[in-house]
Design a protein around this ligand. Sequence first.
Ligand SMILES: Nc1ncnc2c1ncn2[C@@H]1O[C@H](COP(=O)(O)OP(=O)(O)OP(=O)(O)O)[C@@H](O)[C@H]1O
Ligand SMILES: [Mg+2]
Length: 393
Amino acid sequence: MTFIAGTGIAAVALLGSFGDALELVKSTSEAIRRRSGHEEPPPATPVVAADSERPAARQPVLPPVEFIGRYEDLAMLMGALRNPLIPLITLKGVGGIGKTALAQEAMRVAAAEGLFSSIFWHSTPAEKFVGEGVLRTEVADYSFDALVNDLLHHSQVPSSTDAPTAVKAEIVRAWLADHRVLIVLDNLETVPDRDALVAGLFEILGQSKALMTSRYAVIHQRVFTMNLEGLSPQDGVAFLVRTGQLQNNRNLMKADADTLARIRDAAGGAPLAMLLISGQMDYEPIEQVLRVVEEAGFNDLSYEFYSFMFRRTWKELDGPARKVLVAMRLFEGNPTAGAVKYTADMADQEFYRAAAMLVRRSMLSLVGGQDERYTLHPLTRYFISTDVASRWE
Ligand SMILES: Nc1ncnc2c1ncn2[C@@H]1O[C@H](COP(=O)(O)OP(=O)(O)OP(=O)(O)O)[C@@H](O)[C@H]1O
Ligand SMILES: [Mg+2]
């Protein structure tokens, strides 16, 4: 990981308003506590339950992605998914490069083509919720036993989760022998014993297939690894043009081709980095944003880069926008506008103005569909939880 000296100082200086941030977390949580005695139940369930109280086999509600470019990667991945000689596939790449988005797109194509009888998706969370606080762990305690339980749940074969792992694994193996399932394991890098988990899965896989996303390599002799790089210059510019429209970010929409190419290059084509850079155009000339990024001297998409960009954006958010972000972190999945507004205890106008600002600044995405729903990227959620919330005792 490359981290140029001096950047840390800049990042710490940006945290001047941390006291305010912590107050905000505190007051939002207190508002929720106060409102918990309210007769009317909140419109959606904030994630405040301890881990042990959460159902074992939650399937995430994935926000739909309007997938752009990466035609060659997608073609290669679909080829691997169709190839009976390839049982395990890893999409490997740095944070925010687009691993999950590509896996989602492949899942969509595979479903449309009827390549599998069913699709199982598990995203390992990078953080644990304990009581009302959030405890970030570098690793998540997802194990082979937990995967077997989730697959059993997915298979709907009646069984007991209390049975020994070997017994349950045998039931799953027998089921997978008759069913061609696409098993997607997202964020595998957070699993401590991932190689053992993959080895165990391989033994019971039958004619099914595992697709994994990970920042690190998965070690297995039968794994086919695709190293994801950033979007090509052409795809990167197309992504930025579409982002400007979706976010209603006027400064991004007005940017000329040369500026868009510079943003793509500064981000190394990583979609998440492009989103964070272009989001700052909402309140600052792009020249200034690019100069700051260049002066910070990041030459890879390290944790420090994302942290630096997140803090920079956070510093320029007003109180209502911060309040919406902090409330968002309490939800799992994609809450409706009404649920977030209720949780943040905000009036309509204030809420929608704040949410629109967050969307333009790439802190929040609006998920299309019948009802308005919002979604946080896992990295944004992580930064709110660690950089903002976790320091509040
Ligand atoms: N080809 C693409 N077209 C449209 N949007 C994309 C594309 N690739 C990535 N994105 C968007 O960019 C953001 C980052 O991508 P994604 O979450 O897939 O990265 P990741 O590599 O899985 O990151 P992490 O390591 O944090 O899990 C997401 O909002 C995603 O929807
Ligand atoms: Mg991901």
